[in-house]
Design a protein. Sequence first.
Length: 114
Amino acid sequence: MKTDTTDTTTGARSDTLSASARNGKELFEDHDCQSCHPIDGEKQLAPPISGLFGSERELEDGSTVIADEGYIKESIQYPGAKVVMGFNNNMPSFRDLMTGRELQEVTDYIKALR
Ligand code: HEC
């Protein structure tokens, strides 16, 4: 029997994700991040998550920043610290909702979505 491991909700092939990133994918879904963030495609309430890692982000204050690991973690813990140009600062903080390990796993998932 042919099995297709492509996950159509995220476009990410779960068999290519590391164990940490796979846990991060579940956390992303459990915390409903996708209710605001599309994985791919057009921006909705929030920027798409694919291709974020390593890209240059333009911020509300006119400055730019490279979306490295530190930026991604900061965005999840302190969403108001750097607000992406064209978006409202309406993301809730997940600082108290995730352990440090979970934060790393979600970050590893986002990093894997190139
Ligand atoms: C209520 C809607 C909402 C939810 C839920 C939400 N976010 Fe966000 N997020 C936003 C908005 C709006 C922005 C852009 C404004 C800003 O930078 O704060 C953003 C920005 C980000 C950024 C920076 C994106 C960029 O393009 O530079 C990351 C990373 C991120 N969110 C991760 C997450 C993760 C992980 C979760 C789930 C644990 C999550 N978000 C849940 C609304 C949301």
